[in-house]
Design a protein. Structure first.
Length: 262
């Protein structure tokens, strides 16, 4: 099985990156299915193959789960960008990256230097983090104060939507008034800065809450549905199946859809 290890986010990256995960795969003959769950956040992914080839990729917002055969990536480093940060770093509307994975070089001139092979086996993660720690904040320094303010509005909106629990939902109109902007303007900012509108963002977040708490609540689906913010258990099951491809019970029992090729 692949081994996922959370890593500390370096100080200079904390305002841009919410979490870093290092994934180390087993030998190629022990590959297991890879499940990519829905995620409204954009990520930077550094990976190397057993042939010591490396790449730095951008994984845009993912609106539905995908299931793939195991791959030969002995090192895979994922940096999950904070809402609002990806737009500032990459310079394109996030709507262009929804359900896509692209090479960073397509969006960022000079990115090839970040993926230079490490001198010794095992150095890849440390060295790429050092490069990113210098390169990512430098990308922000040239942004205007208006760009930074828009990014902050996106971040604050995403945080407000994520902080909601159970049925205590704060409508986007209320969030907009609290942030002193029009509802239409805030919706446009969220689509541009995250890639999906607020309602779809909420749908993804609800399903992610089910994924986070499902194994502990498999005998109490109704309770989990209420905690995750669904109207009832049937609402949760329908939404989960739409985004994950299978009902909750099937997913947690390991009955997954057919594996796809990337």
């Amino acid at each position: 099985m692949p081994i996922e290890l959370p890593m500390a986010v370096p100080g200079p990256l904390r305002w841009l990156v919410s979490e870093i995960t290092s994934v180390r795969a087993c030998a190629p003959y022990e590959r297991t299915p890879l499940v990519h769950v829905p995620d409204a956040d954009t990520s930077l992914i550094f990976r190397t193959t057993w042939a010591r080839r490396s790449a730095l990729l951008v994984a845009g917002p993912r609106t539905r789960a995908s299931y793939h055969a195991g791959k030969d990536f002995p090192v895979c480093l994922r940096l999950r960008l904070r809402p609002g940060a990806a737009r500032l770093l990459l310079g394109v509307p996030m709507t262009e990256l929804v359900d896509r994975v692209v090479d960073l070089e397509e969006l960022w001139d000079g990115a090839a230097g970040l993926t230079a092979a490490a001198a010794r086996p095992g150095d890849d993660v440390r060295r790429i983090l050092q490069r990113l720690q210098a390169a990512l904040p430098a990308r922000i320094t040239g942004r205007s104060s208006a760009d930074l303010a828009r990014g902050e509005l996106v971040r604050a909106t995403a945080q407000a939507l994520r902080d909601q629990t159970g049925q205590q939902r704060e409508p986007i109109a209320v969030i907009a008034r609290r942030l002193a902007v029009s509802e239409r303007h805030l919706r446009d900012l969220v689509r541009d800065g995250i890639g999906v509108p607020p309602k779809r963002f909420e749908r993804i977040e609800r399903v992610r809450r089910v994924l986070a708490g499902g194994r502990a609540h498999t005998a109490r689906w109704g309770q989990l549905a209420a905690t995750a913010g669904f109207y009832d258990q049937s609402h949760m099951a329908a939404e989960f199946r739409t985004l994950m491809g299978v009902p909750p019970a099937a997913f947690f029992a390991g009955r997954l859809p057919s594996l796809q090729h990337c």
